[in-house]
Design a protein around this ligand. Structure first.
Ligand code: XBP
Length: 256
């Protein structure tokens, strides 16, 4: 039986990478008087590196005029990451980034059914907080039984640590939960932890290899384009009932 729904944040709850983090990284470069700017295309490649500070460090190390000494590189990445997070907070708090279609309905399905939910992300706590506070209100934490971010799970996805922490805190086995993810690293993290994963494609990851996923499709708002263990009508949203049916079919075939 499905006992918990575990949500990734960036790209899954909202298109934060395209309209929040990318814009904020470029703001941080400009504020620091640096000439670097990331295009959407380049940022799509850089998303291979989980973690905003790690992403900065990776790219700064490739810049011909970037810092050469490891400590300098680390300090500049930390400074830019702080500025990026401040810029991200301003963008999100101003209301520029809505939840993706179908998300609020699924959150409400879970609340109505009393199904525990978790946040499982490699993003910093401040970024989780500003998004969910802005979209769900100041008491957003009360909706989630567990919140795991960068501070709780320093080993970033694709490492399964964030999922392992969430399951431990919920006192569940991996197969009692379902994860919703959009990026290859997130899918790999959930799968490495043994959690069945539903892939919702996103701006930067419109067509990832989702062969091992429980189901995959373009949007929680409608059934068109989904590959899933049960038929989904094109105009039906992805509800908790559907997720529970998919989960039941997968665990039945796995002999659980
Ligand atoms: C998203 C990330 C994060 C964000 C930026 O991971 O990799 O690094 O891009 O956030 P997930 P920070 O898919 O697990 O949400 O700057 O806070 O790292």
């Amino acid at each position: 039986m499905l006992r918990a729904l575990l949500w990734d944040v960036d790209g899954t709850l909202a298109e934060t990478e395209r309209y929040g983090h990318l814009v904020a990284f470029n703001t941080a470069f400009a504020e620091a008087g640096l000439p670097y700017r990331w295009t959407a295309e380049r940022y799509g490649e850089l998303l291979r590196i989980a973690g905003g500070r790690e992403r900065l460090e990776h790219d700064l190390a490739l810049q011909p005029d970037g810092p050469k000494r490891p400590l300098e590189l680390r300090h500049l990445a930390e400074q830019l990451h702080r500025a990026k997070n401040a810029a991200y907070e301003r963008i999100v708090a101003a209301g520029a980034i809505p939840l993706r279609p179908g998300v609020i309905e699924l959150l409400e399905d879970c609340a109505a059914a009393g199904l525990p939910m978790g946040i499982v992300t490699t993003t910093s706590g401040v970024n989780i907080d500003v998004l969910l506070r802005t979209r769900l209100g100041g008491d957003w934490r009360s909706r989630f039984a567990v919140v795991v971010g960068a501070e709780q799970a320093p080993l970033k996805k694709p490492d399964p640590q964030a999922y392992a922490r969430a399951l431990e805190s919920l006192d569940l086995t991996a197969r009692q939960a379902v994860a919703i993810e959009d990026a290859p690293a997130g899918v790999a993290a959930a799968r490495a932890a043994g959690v069945p994963v539903v892939v919702q494609h996103s701006f930067f990851f419109p067509d990832i290899d989702d062969a091992g996923a429980l189901a995959a499709g373009p949007s929680l708002a409608y059934g068109a384009g989904w590959r899933a263990p049960t038929d989904v009508a094109a105009d039906t949203r992805i509800s908790l009932d559907l997720l529970a049916a998919w989960h039941a079919s997968a665990t039945m075939h796995a002999g659980n």
